[in-house]
Ligand binder design. Structure first.
Ligand code: MF3
Ligand code: CO
Length: 291
């Protein structure tokens, strides 16, 4: 049973203030959207100011780890060396790599090269070669709070069409971000990204998307980048999620490796690129927390 908070009760957000002077109007506004039939976020995924500070501490590590990878990644290196860098840097800074043992995932980071869309598993015999594009996806746990972001790296001389794919994937984040505003919908973000990517002749992966994040690695909702404007979850201040569209040069179809059950490939063998940021919706827009 859930008892409705009284006006003079303490607010659910932990501010210590009375409900009526804290989140009451906020909840009423969300309720009007719910009554109109929209998907709305539950309190459990809305972050307080304190939560955001904790996520930022976690993200400091995540960003530093990706900066460290950026400074050291090079041709001839195996992807296991990237995993070693991520593990040691994260631990040195007091964090825990979130992927390690997550639902049985065996490593500390995902390294996805060329036609690997995401969840590539680092290993000794996979060497970064001249012309490769690789996504390094890092996630950190600090004091129970999660951060998650990924970047693309281009190894040596990358062909122009692959460079363009990496750039369009990056620009699609900016296009998605410009559709983020409080009391808008996640579908606004999805449609903006999909329209932009399609206009560049590429496709957006449908089956894998972003997610809410903060106190768990993957919280509600699933964030699609092929959704429609005005649909999907209402974005409210304190809602924290990732924008991480996977962009294929060819068709959008993907397959999962049957041997490791993790590695996702493009079905047509075309290259795929992805950048990921973590953000929180604010009263007047958004704040990027990890990149
Ligand atoms: N970092 C990925 C994401 O963006 C999740 C990877 S799960 C793992 O959601 F287990 F493969 F690491
Ligand atoms: Co993510």
């Amino acid at each position: 049973m859930k008892i409705k908070l009284g006006r003079n009760d303490q607010c659910w957000c932990g501010s210590g203030r009375k409900y009526k002077t804290c989140h009451m109007a906020f909840d009423e506004k969300i309720d009007t959207y719910r009554r109109m039939g929209h998907i709305v976020p539950d309190h459990s995924i809305i972050k307080t100011a304190e939560d955001i500070e904790k996520i930022k501490e976690s993200a400091k590590i995540n960003i530093a780890v990706l900066d460290y990878v950026a400074a050291n990644i090079k041709e001839g290196m195996c992807t296991q060396e990237i995993d070693d860098m991520v593990y040691s840097k994260t631990i040195e800074m007091g964090g825990i790599p979130a992927p390690l043992n997550y639902e049985g995932y065996p490593k500390s980071v995902c390294t996805s090269i060329n036609d690997v869309v995401c969840h590539g598993i680092p290993c000794e015999d996979e060497i970064l070669m001249d012309g490769d594009i690789v996504n390094v996806d890092c996630s950190t746990i600090l004091d129970g709070y999660f951060s998650d972001s990924s970047r693309m790296f281009m190894i040596g001389n990358v062909a122009d069409d692959m460079k363009n794919l990496v750039e369009v994937a990056h620009k699609s984040l900016e296009v998605g971000l410009s559709a983020v505003k409080p009391w808008g919908f996640l579908g606004d973000v999805g449609q903006a990204i999909n329209d932009y990517v399609k206009s560049n002749g590429y496709s957006v992966v449908r089956e894998i998307g972003g997610h809410g994040i903060g106190k768990e690695f993957h919280e509600e909702p699933f964030v699609s980048y092929v959704s429609k404007k005005g649909t999907e979850m209402l974005m409210v201040p304190g809602f924290c999620f990732t924008i991480e569209p996977m962009i294929n040069m060819g068709k959008c179809d993907v397959l999962v490796d049957e041997d490791d059950d993790w590695t996702v490939f493009t079905k047509d063998g075309s290259p795929s690129a992805q950048w990921e940021i973590q953000l929180v919706v604010t009263e007047d827009g958004y704040e990027i927390l990890s990149w």
